[in-house]
Design a binder for this molecule. Structure first.
Ligand code: TXA
Ligand code: MG
Length: 331
């Protein structure tokens, strides 16, 4: 496995031999870890069945869990999915950016069935990260890319995290440093008449509702038959137990803190990570997965998590923490 370091703001890759190497890996069906503004993705050519199978194998991901297709722009998205009025409004407002739209799949969409898990819908995203868009543009194909972690684990927000999760299972890791959003894209199902929130993420629900001019419906979580299987109750699971809304820190616990005032017993925590000392939810989202990883490595048997406000990006943070805390038997 090779690592290629790039400047996250770089937009032009033409004729860069390293870029051509990355493209060649994708062309022949290999896996490349690609940074996005949200988390690192494990990318493969969405039209190549063997390549997509490789994603599921590398992640040890259940086959019923479909993948997001990353495309260059909204015009490219229209080649694979049917965007209705709501979809177009959201795409205009938030693409490129941390929003995934689930729309009706075009009958002639060339992506393989494994990508959509045989559904009639397809999840499309135009990421803000220039490298992912440049690869999709040059490949002239969508890039299927789940988060570059083993299934059920915490999503990677740095190239080091990808090495720890997948190592030699990828041909190349493109390293653009830490992901600026730090939490996965918001997923909205706009395939029907009522837009539904499938997963809170990098764009807050209120922002989406402002553009749609109405409230979003919330999809029900079901472990038997997941609609967006990232919605399985237990996900993002560290080894340590996770205890939410902690009022005190118990012996043998690590502390995931938020804001300027720590809770009682913080001084006996085995390790402390503060998501944002100033109480800023954007900063907290950016730090969330890295902090969870570090606290897990502290060896503490349990992680006490301070209460985090549930507005704005706090909604997505709370969602990920609830899954991290869910009983593991449900995986
Ligand atoms: O920020 C992100 O979205 C990252 C980066 C790499 O783009 N990707 C990501 O992918 O989080 P993943 O595979 O970890 O989560 C994709 C979610 C899954 O919960 C999957 O079930 C859902 O999208 N999904 C994909 N296609 C779907 C579809 N047609 N209908 C409903 N849910 C779908
Ligand atoms: Mg994931």
């Amino acid at each position: 496995m090779e690592i290629w370091q790039i400047d996250p703001t770089r937009t032009s890759f033409n004729d860069d031999p390293r870029f051509l190497v990355a493209l060649e890996h994708l062309r022949v069906g290999r896996l490349v870890a690609v940074p996005t503004e949200t988390v690192y993705g494990l990318a493969a050519d969405a039209t190549n069945e063997d390549a997509v199978t490789g994603i599921f194998e590398a992640k040890e991901r259940p086959r019923f869990n479909p993948l997001i297709c990353h495309v260059e722009n909204a015009t490219a998205a229209e080649r694979y999915g049917m965007l209705n009025g709501d979809a177009r409004r959201l795409a205009d407002a938030f693409w490129p950016g941390p929003l995934t739209l689930v729309v009706g799949k075009r009958a002639d969409a060339a992506v393989c069935d494994l990508v959509t898990a045989g559904l009639e819908t397809i999840a499309l995203r135009v990421p803000a990260a220039p490298i992912m868009r440049a690869l999709a543009r040059s490949l002239e194909r969508p890039l299927a890319a789940p988060s570059a972690n083993r299934s059920g684990q915490v999503s990677p927000t740095s190239a080091e995290d990808v090495v720890a999760e997948l190592g030699e299972r990828v041909a190349l890791i493109i390293d653009a440093g830490r992901c600026p959003v730090g939490i996965e894209s918001t997923i909205v199902d706009v395939s029907g008449d009522t837009p539904m929130l499938l997963r809170p993420g990098g764009i807050a629900t209120v922002e989406l509702e402002a553009v749609l001019g109405r409230k979003l419906a919330f999809a029900k979580v079901s472990d038997e038959k997941p609609t967006a299987p990232g919605m399985l109750a237990s996900h993002y699971a560290p080894r340590a137990r996770v205890r939410l809304d902690a009022g005190t820190v118990a012996t043998d616990e690590a502390l995931l803190a938020f804001g300027p005032n720590l809770i009682e017993g913080a001084e006996r925590a085995l390790a402390i990570e503060n998501l944002s000392k100033s109480g800023d939810l954007r900063e907290a989202a950016q730090n969330l997965f890295g902090a969870l990883r570090r606290l897990d490595h502290s060896g503490a048997a349990s992680i006490a998590v301070m209460a985090i406000p549930d507005h704005g990006l706090g909604e997505a943070i709370g969602d990920r923490l609830a899954r991290a805390a869910a009983p593991r038997s449900l995986v």
